[in-house]
Write a protein of this length. Structure first.
Length: 68
């Protein structure tokens, strides 16, 4: 996964399946956000509340999160 880090953060390029693209686009449309902003918000939320991801559907909740 190519990445570039600068003072603003890290840029990541990834490929989504057609199904994931559709899910992301629909979520972005519902929220009024761009696909990029929707993806960033969802990634930030997930990384904040889950420490690890064993496999799809199996998550380990962060011990220090405010919401469990």
């Amino acid at each position: 996964m190519p990445a570039h880090v600068d003072k603003k953060g890290m840029s990541v390029l990834l490929r989504l399946s057609p199904e994931m693209t559709d899910m992301l686009s629909k979520a972005a449309e519902r929220s009024g956000r761009s696909n990029t902003k929707e993806a960033l918000l969802r990634l930030e939320d997930h990384l904040t509340y889950f420490t690890d991801l064993a496999t799809a559907g199996r998550r380990f909740i962060a011990e220090d999160s405010e919401q469990n």
